[in-house]
Design a protein around this ligand. Structure first.
Ligand SMILES: [Zn+2]
Ligand SMILES: [Zn+2]
Length: 240
C-alpha cells in the first residue's frame, strides 16, 4: 500500500533534483540528477584514520593527520560522504535554510547508503543527532541532524535518541568563526539528561557538516565522560 501511495505521489509530485530542481527520471534511485551527481566529490582513501580528512598529493595510504596526532579527538572515528562544496553544499543549504525538509530524508538515505570501511555498524547500539538549542529549533522549525539520523538509525538498526543529549547554551552562527573560537564557543554548551541512557552504549553521532569538528568533539567528549563506551561521527559533508 505504501508503495502504491509513493508511486502515486511521484506521478503527482515527481521528485526533483535536490540542487537544480530538474525532474528526475522515474527509475532514478539517486537524490540528484546525473549532472549534479557527477559534481559530488566523494571522500575516499587516502584519508586520516581518525577525523577522515582526505589527503592529496604524495600520501597514498591512510594514517593519522597532523591535527589528530597533536590532539586526538574524543571520538574514535569521523567520516563524511563528500566534500562540502558544489552539489552537497547546495543540497544542504536547500535543506537547512530554504526549508526543503523533504530533501533531508533523501540526504539521510544518501548518507546511510554510503560506504564507510572504517565503521563496523554492527558494533554500534545507539544513534544520537547533534542537538539544536530550543531557540534555534524554533527559528528553523526542525533539527536537520534528527532527520538525517533517523535514516541512519533505520538502516543500521541502531535506535534513535534525540532527547538525552541537549544543547543548553545558545551559540550564534559559527560560520565566521575560526577553529579556536569555535572550540570555546561550544565548550560546555551541551548536557546529558539521563546518563543511564548512554551508559556503555556505542554511539553513532550524526551531524550535517563537519567543519573544524569542534561541535562533534565537544559532544563526544561529554558522551564519553557520562558513560558511553565509544563514539563514531557521521556527517554528509566535510570541509577539507
Ligand atoms: Zn541536478
Ligand atoms: Zn585527522
Amino acid at each position: 500500500m505504501k508503495g502504491i501511495l509513493t508511486g502515486l505521489s511521484d506521478i503527482i509530485f515527481p521528485p526533483g533534483c535536490l540542487t537544480c530542481d530538474i525532474i528526475l527520471d522515474h527509475h532514478e534511485q539517486l537524490p540528484v540528477c546525473p549532472t549534479c551527481y557527477s559534481k559530488i566529490k566523494f571522500i575516499t582513501s587516502p584519508l586520516c584514520t581518525c577525523c577522515g580528512i582526505p589527503f592529496s598529493g604524495a600520501d597514498t595510504s591512510d594514517h593519522l593527520c597532523g591535527d589528530c596526532t597533536i590532539s586526538k579527538p574524543a571520538y574514535s572515528v569521523a567520516r563524511a560522504v563528500g566534500h562540502y562544496d558544489a552539489t552537497l553544499l547546495e543540497a544542504i543549504h536547500n535543506f537547512k535554510y530554504r526549508g526543503k525538509t523533504a530533501s533531508g530524508k533523501t540526504l539521510g538515505r544518501l548518507m546511510a547508503g554510503n560506504d564507510y570501511p572504517a565503521v563496523d555498524f554492527q558494533e554500534y547500539t545507539l544513534t544520537i543527532p547533534v542537538p539544536l538549542h530550543v531557540r534555534r529549533l524554533r527559528e528553523r522549525g526542525f533539527n536537520q541532524s534528527v532527520i538525517l539520523a533517523r535514516e541512519i538509525a533505520r538502516k543500521f538498526h541502531t535506535p534513535l535518541d534525540f532527547l538525552t543529549l541537549r544543547r543548553y547554551i545558545y551559540t550564534e552562527s559559527q560560520i565566521n568563526l575560526g577553529k579556536r573560537e569555535r572550540e570555546s564557543n561550544v565548550r560546555g554548551a551541551f548536557k546529558i539528561m539521563n546518563p543511564e541512557k548512554i551508559k556503555d552504549q556505542r554511539i553513532i553521532l550524526v551531524d550535517d557538516v563537519y567543519t573544524t569538528g569542534s561541535t562533534v568533539k565537544e559532544c563526544a567528549r561529554l558522551l564519553l565522560k557520562e558513560g558511553a563506551s565509544s563514539v563514531a561521527v557521521l556527517t554528509i559533508a566535510r570541509a577539507v
